[in-house]
Ligand binder design. Structure first.
Ligand code: HEM
Ligand code: HEM
Length: 176
């Protein structure tokens, strides 16, 4: 069975795990921001969330590059029709886009509030104001991303059931 390049397989599962962890951290962050605000004491939560998110961004950019470099050697599906091909590729492209936009909106928000540099040792500013609209956009994009991931997983499962071809093996390092 033709498989995805090793880097894409590792990036796929690492991103999935980091994404779930960071979304859970994010909702905890929302509580912290609401009750205590961003202070030197609570900043640890924000730093962890920001660094995991930045790692997802970097992994996604490299994965995109690796995918582009190997575009003629990637495994193909037996599409049900042209509409199916467009749907699958569209969902994948949107997932990639959101894996970039979600961290970017978080980084811009922390940057405009003057605290992004604090993650890398800059002094904590006197006052910190996160932008409400950027926080809202960040949260909406996260929800959209998870809706697309749900559609993606449903698509993979239904494809396996319909075609009896276990495409999970194509995203698995050890399977033959
Ligand atoms: C947060 C979670 C996930 C994200 C962001 C994600 C994203 C993606 C993307 C973008 C692709 C296209 C290939 C690529 O460019 O790397 C892909 C392929 C794939 N994903 Fe996921 N995925 C996630 C979770 C899952 C889960 C839970 C499963 C298990 C059912 C799964 C199974 C697969 C399989 C089997 C493929 C290869 C499909 C093929 O052979 O063409 N993914 N995934
Ligand atoms: C893919 C990665 C990320 C995911 C899944 C994610 C997820 C979340 C979630 C679910 C929330 C709570 C929603 C809300 O507060 O309205 C949140 C809040 C936030 N995130 Fe992220 N995030 C990611 C990356 C980042 C990055 C890279 C940064 C900054 C460098 C960041 C900064 C923030 C900030 C500042 C908040 C606002 C806390 C608040 O005021 O409520 N996020 N994130």
């Amino acid at each position: 069975m033709k498989k995805y390049p090793a880097f894409i397989i590792i990036a796929h599962w690492l991103t999935a795990v980091l994404l779930v962890i960071n979304a859970l951290l994010g909702f905890q962050l929302e509580e912290v921001a609401e009750h205590e605000g961003i202070t030197p004491e609570t900043f640890g939560y924000f730093r962890t969330h920001a660094l995991i998110g930045a790692a997802i961004l970097v992994i996604t950019l490299i994965r995109w590059f690796v995918k582009f470099k190997n575009r003629d050697r990637l495994p193909e599906l037996e599409y049900y029709g042209d509409w199916h091909k467009k749907l699958v590729n569209g969902i994948h492209a949107l997932i990639y886009l959101l894996l970039i936009l979600v961290p970017l909106t978080g980084i811009i928000n922390m940057y405009q509030a003057g605290v992004f540099g604090v993650c890398f040792g800059k002094p904590f500013p006197e006052e910190v104001y996160l932008s409400e609209s950027l926080t809202e956009i960040h949260e909406t994009l996260v929800k959209l991303l998870f809706a697309l991931v749900a559609a993606h997983v449903a698509g993979v499962i239904s494809y396996i059931l319909k075609t009896k071809e276990n495409i999970l093996k194509r995203m698995c390092l050890l399977a033959k």
